[in-house]
Ligand binder design. Structure first.
Ligand SMILES: Cc1cc2nc3c(=O)[nH]c(=O)nc-3n(C[C@H](O)[C@H](O)[C@H](O)COP(=O)(O)OP(=O)(O)OC[C@H]3O[C@@H](n4cnc5c(N)ncnc54)[C@H](O)[C@@H]3O)c2cc1C
Length: 397
C-alpha cells in the first residue's frame, strides 16, 4: 500500500485543483495533488472544442446561477478578471480575445495544460495519478484520504476539486459529490447543463445535419425562460447547437427537478426578418410564381424546401410565417451526462464560507470548481470559476 503525507491533499487535478495546488504551494504549503485518471487536466484538453475558452472579459456574478451569486461575488472580489489574466500571463500563456472570450494565442487547449503542468513541475508539486479517492476520514489536523486501490494520503487539510458529473469519461464521475455528501454536505441535485435536447418532432429527422442561425426561446410550463440567438443544429434525436446549449440549463433543471414540468423550445428560424417583412416577402414571391418547394430559396438552406414547401402549398402566408417564426419543439429530455458541458447543482453554497471556501460543516475541508453548486453561462464562465475558486481555496491554506 502506498502511503503519502503532506500538509494539504487536493482531490482532483482538473482546472480548479491544479490552480489550487499552484496557489497553495506558492505560499509555501506542502501539497499532494491526486487524480483518478491516468493523466491530469483531461477536461481542459476538451474545452472549447480544443481551443479552450479560458474566461470572459465581462466577468461578474450576474453570469452565474442565482443561488451561487453571493459566493461567486466574494470569490471574484478576491481573485477576479485581472488576477486570472495575470496568473496565466505569469505562467507563460499568451492569449487573445474574440468578442470578449479569451483563448490561448495558439488556439490549442494543450497549450493551457502545458503551462499549468510546467508550473506544477517547477514548483515541485507531488502529483499522483491513477488515484481514485473513495473516502476522506478524520478531522482537521488529521485527515486520511483513501483511494480505491489501497493508496492513502495523510494530511492536515483537504480540498475537494473533483468536478461535477458531466463527461465522466474525462474524470468527473460524480464521486466528488459523493465524498462531499459522506462528509455531511447537502447536495443540490446535479442535472446536465449545456446539453443537446431530445424531441420527437419529425422536422428534426427530415433536416438532420442542417445548421442555421436562429433565435431560440425556452418556454417552461407556459412561461418564457431563457432566449438565445446562435446556431441551431437539427439532429437524429432532436436539437443542438450553441443557441440550444445556451437555453438548455433551465430546460434541464425543470425536467429533472420539477416532476410534471413541460418544456418547449420555440425557434425563430428567420430571425433576420420581422413577421411583417417575412409575410410581405412570401406574398411577393408567390406573385412572381416561385414554386412552393422553392418559396424560401435564398432565405433558408435548400433542404428546408421539402418540409416547408408542403406548408407553403397547403397553408396561408400567416401559417407559414408562424411555422417559421414560432416553430415549437416539445422537449422530452436531455442527452445526459455524456454530452453535457457542465453540471448544474452540487455542494450547497450555503455550507461553504465564501471568504475561504472552507466547509462550514467539516472544518479543514475546502471546495473549489464545479463540485460546488455554481454554474455559469457558456462563454468562459465555468473555467473562470474553476481558476478563481481554485486560486482562493489554495490561497487560504
Ligand atoms: C466538452 C467540454 C467543453 C467545455 N468547454 C469549456 C470552455 O471552453 N470554457 C469554459 O469556461 N468551460 C468549458 N467547459 C466546462 C469546464 O471544463 C468545467 O467547468 C471545468 O473544467 C471544471 O473544472 P473542475 O476542476 O471543477 O473539474 P474537472 O475539470 O472536471 O476536474 C475534476 C478532476 O477531478 C478528478 N476526480 C474526480 N473524482 C475523483 C476522485 N474520486 N478521486 C480522484 N480524482 C477525481 C477528475 O479525474 C478530474 O481530473 C467545458 C466542458 C466540457 C465537458
Amino acid at each position: 500500500m502506498h502511503k503519502y503525507s503532506a500538509k494539504l491533499c487536493i482531490i482532483g487535478a482538473g482546472a480548479s485543483g491544479i490552480v489550487a495546488a499552484i496557489s497553495a504551494k506558492r505560499r509555501g504549503t506542502d501539497v499532494v495533488l491526486v487524480d483518478r485518471m491516468a493523466g491530469i487536466g483531461r477536461k481542459i484538453l476538451a474545452c472549447g472544442a480544443g481551443r479552450c475558452n479560458l474566461f470572459n472579459e465581462r466577468l461578474d456574478d450576474s453570469f452565474y446561477n442565482e443561488a451561487a451569486r453571493p459566493l461567486v461575488r466574494q470569490v471574484l472580489a478576491r481573485f477576479g478578471l485581472g488576477a486570472i489574466r495575470d496568473f496565466f500571463h505569469d505562467i507563460g500563456l499568451a492569449m487573445h480575445t474574440e468578442a470578449g472570450r479569451v483563448f490561448p494565442a495558439t488556439d490549442q487547449s494543450s497549450s493551457v495544460l502545458q503551462v499549468l503542468s510546467l508550473q506544477l513541475k517547477l514548483l515541485g508539486i507531488k502529483v499522483l495519478t491513477g488515484f481514485p479517492v473513495a473516502r476522506v476520514e478524520g478531522q482537521i489536523g488529521g485527515f486520511t484520504v483513501r483511494a480505491d486501490n489501497g493508496g492513502c494520503v495523510e494530511c492536515e487539510k483537504v480540498i475537494i476539486a473533483a468536478g461535477g458529473r458531466s463527461y465522466p469519461k474525462l474524470g468527473s464521475d460524480g464521486s466528488g459529490l459523493r465524498l462531499a455528501q459522506s462528509l455531511g454536505h447537502s447536495i443540490i441535485e446535479p442535472v446536465p447543463a449545456a446539453v443537446p435536447l431530445i424531441t420527437k418532432d419529425t422536422l428534426c429527422q427530415v433536416l438532420q445535419g442542417q445548421r442555421i442561425t436562429a433565435a431560440v426561446q425556452a418556454v417552461i410550463d407556459g412561461r418564457a425562460a431563457g432566449r438565445c440567438e446562435g446556431d441551431l443544429l437539427f439532429t437524429r434525436y432532436g436539437v443542438s447547437g450553441t443557441a440550444v446549449l445556451d437555453v438548455s440549463r433551465q430546460v434541464s433543471v425543470a425536467l429533472h427537478r420539477r416532476s410534471g414540468s413541460k418544456a418547449v423550445l420555440v425557434a425563430d428560424l428567420v430571425p433576420f426578418m420581422s413577421p411583417a417583412e417575412l409575410k410581405a416577402e412570401i406574398t411577393r414571391r408567390r406573385k412572381l410564381g416561385f414554386p412552393s418547394e422553392a418559396l424560401l430559396a435564398g432565405i433558408l438552406p435548400e433542404k428546408f424546401g421539402r418540409p416547408y414547401g408542403q406548408l407553403a402549398a397547403g397553408g396561408t402566408p400567416d401559417a407559414l410565417v408562424s411555422g417559421l417564426k414560432e416553430k415549437p419543439f416539445q422537449i422530452s429530455g436531455t442527452r445526459g451526462w455524456d454530452e453535457a458541458e457542465f453540471t448544474s447543482g452540487g455542494v450547497s453554497t450555503g455550507e461553504i464560507d465564501p471568504r475561504t471556501l472552507e466547509s462550514t460543516i467539516r472544518p479543514g475541508v475546502y471546495f473549489c470548481g464545479e463540485v460546488i453548486d455554481v454554474d455559469g453561462v457558456r462563454g468562459g464562465y465555468n473555467l473562470a470559476w474553476a481558476w478563481s475558486s481554485g486560486a482562493v481555496a489554495g490561497l487560504t491554506q
